[in-house]
Design a protein around this ligand. Sequence first.
Ligand code: SAH
Length: 278
Amino acid sequence: MSDPTDAPRSHGRLSIRPSLQPRELGGPPVLKGAWQARIVTLFPEAFPGTLGLSLTGKALEMGLWSLETIDLRPFGEGRHRNVDDNPAGGGAGMVLRADIVARALDAASVGTPPERSRWPVVYLSPRGKPFSQAMARDWAGAEGLTLLCGRFEGVDQRVLDAYAVEEVSLGDFVLTGGEIAAQALIDATVRLIPRVLGNHASTEEESFSEGLLEFPQYTRPTVWQDRAIPEVLLSGHHAKIARWRRAEAERLTKERRPDLWRAYCAARGRDPDEDREL
Ligand code: SAH
């Protein structure tokens, strides 16, 4: 096989384009128009991490999406390539410098559209807007995404302002760095790209797609430790099964997530306090 970065050439119906940086010989080909993730990080070795496994990994190999890391370290200053400094105003920890982060973001933006709707630029941050399935859907429809992973106390505010960087949080807790959060966001996004899930496709029915949590799942054995699978699931009666699943999804959502339940009812003009019999 010749170098997959030789381009353009045809690969089935899709053509392969050369990637931004020369890839290692035998590295995955990138399909033209494939969704791209670019990650600015002090720890490029953390990637692809779990994204290299299973369905996301297979899709990466097939070139259905691509991942490039931009190492922050070489953009640092001096012999030690320093990227951080003490927080202005004092206090513990270090802050990633605006000028250095800006240089890395510039490198990451080569060949990307300037409109943030076509290519969001995101800083992972506990202060950010909580990540959601709706955001994953929006991002999957974009051409790609740049993610900035923070470390230490975070990033100088000025670079976030100057580069119109959106702050997004994985939840109300503090991680030591943005890398795990970046992988979670990319995973949730990439699985919504057509063909990534292949025959496993079931994004329509799962949690959140209709604003409900998913119904309980069961598989063989039919009886395990005296616990049987709900009979209706073995009945083969599709309409009854669908009704049962919907009722269970509603019950769980009402019990566990009153916030989601209220929104679901409001969208359907339903009273959130009514009790419905199955
Ligand atoms: N001092 C900051 C926390 C810094 S934690 C504060 O209190 O807001 C170091 C880095 O980890 C952050 O820059 C961010 O990139 C990442 N991080 C931590 N918690 C996160 C979360 N809940 N979601 C997304 N990224 C997070």
